[in-house]
Design a protein around this ligand. Structure first.
Ligand SMILES: [Fe+2]
Length: 419
């Protein structure tokens, strides 16, 4: 009987392979700037080679078979650099051109598959994991690995709350259904700039309230009030999801209305105030000088929580920062010892503010528009939403594009470099 040849891998299958550290090689045929911006990566280093499709292919005429041209291009340019001992994943923007590349590689005898749906599908892939829990509640982390976005779902006695949902709201509805809970509250830690919130849509879909701090219901650059229905979050107020108690803590700095949620006095959904590898950038409202001292005061207050508080941030910049279960978490005590932003905090306000203002990453133009969309001031369609959400988040100070990869194993100049 003929062996079935696998020709494509879904984002889920690619993630499982990456997560289990199964040998793989990535051949990415997008343009170099697109590859530098983001690429398929997992918790373990994966060798990758970037050669733009138009450089690989030299079609001899309009009638030439594209796969034949791929074979010719690979023979002429890539043979010594392609491994024969592992799967090669061909990647492009939408998974169409890379399909020809994978086919050409297979005809040359390589074990190659196409990344189904390309980077577009990879960017919209999510997984979820249980974080922890107790007899009366469970906490889940929903991760969008390509963009470094993290949401959380608290479940207790059949009730669920979703914190910082991304725009693909089905994942939260599926999770709730899987664990037999009903979503009764949707909350954002702040008005996000890097991704489109699923909060308002998820709340409408389930006819449940959406919560935001009122200071974030004003677009900070346009100075226009949001056009969304929300219930105001307030410092120190406590609410219950089932039998689990949640306290809202106001930590302005990244935004004026930035909050964190303390669950059962032990799990801190820190939003974009404190990350595992860095701290929030305070410049996305266009007022870095004024907001940096607020961030200083907020982090000082946050550090008064017990050292064993489990910090669960809304983003990561390094995908390798997850634990063995791909969960992004650390205790406050651990972060006090390792987080560069918190270490700088100990040097006093002046040193902290100088450090922040000297380490602000680029300000993506799309972030102003994403905040408009999240405030309900504009309504991007699907293709505009895809365009706005291209690339990894740049929400942290210092580490703009955490690209990891096994560079030492790869001699080619087109290989990803860490920035
Ligand atoms: Fe943010």
């Amino acid at each position: 009987m003929l062996k079935q040849v696998t020709t494509a891998s879904s984002p889920q299958q690619v993630w499982e392979r990456l997560s289990h550290n199964e040998p793989m090689f990535i051949l990415d045929v997008r343009n170099r700037d697109e590859f530098e911006r983001w690429r398929v990566e997992g918790p373990h280093p994966v060798p990758a080679l970037n050669i733009p499709y138009f450089e690989l292919l030299d079609l001899e005429g309009e009638q030439e078979d594209v796969v034949e041209a791929v074979i010719r291009g690979v023979r002429a340019q890539l043979m010594p650099q392609l491994p024969s001992d592992r799967l090669i994943l061909a990647v492009c923007a939408e998974g169409n051109t890379s399909n020809y590349v994978a086919e050409g590689l297979r005809r040359l005898g390589f074990d190659a598959v196409n990344m189904e749906g390309g980077m577009e599908a990879w960017g919209n892939f999510y997984y979820w994991r249980p974080v922890d829990g107790s007899a009366h509640f469970s906490l889940y982390q929903v991760v969008r690995p390509a963009r470094g976005c993290v949401s959380h779902v608290l479940v207790s006695d059949g009730h669920a709350a979703v914190f910082d949902p991304a725009r693909h709201i089905e994942i939260y509805r599926e999770l709730a259904a899987d664990v037999g809970a009903r979503i009764e509250k949707v909350l954002d830690t702040h008005l996000h700039a890097d991704h489109l919130s699923g909060g308002p849509q998820l709340s409408q879909r389930g006819n449940v309230p959406y919560h935001l701090h009122p200071y974030d219901a004003i677009h900070p650059i346009d100075m226009l009030p949001a056009r969304i229905r929300y219930r105001p979050l307030e410092e120190g107020k406590t609410f219950r999801i089932g039998s689990a108690e949640v306290t809202t803590l106001h930590f302005p700095g990244h935004t004026l209305g930035m909050v964190a949620f303390l669950i059962e006095g032990h799990y801190l959904l820190s939003g974009d105030s404190l990350f595992l590898e860095s701290i929030a950038r305070p410049d996305l409202g266009g007022k870095a000088e004024a907001w940096t001292p607020l961030l200083y005061d907020s982090l000082k207050r946050m550090l008064q929580l017990p050292d064993d508080t489990v910090v669960l941030p809304a983003h990561f910049s390094d995908i390798a920062a997850g634990d063995a279960n791909d969960v992004f978490r650390a205790t406050l005590g651990e972060l006090k010892r390792s987080n560069p932003g918190l270490l700088k905090l100990a040097e006093g306000e002046r040193a902290f503010c100088d450090y922040i203002l000297a380490n602000l990453p680029e300000f993506p133009a799309a972030y102003v528009e994403i905040k408009r969309a999240n405030a309900g001031l504009v309504s991007p369609d699907e293709s505009k939403a895809q365009e706005l959400e291209l690339g990894k988040n740049i929400c942290a100070v210092g580490k703009a594009h955490g690209v990891s990869g096994d560079k030492a194993a790869l001699p080619d100049t087109h290989i990803a470099s860490a920035t």
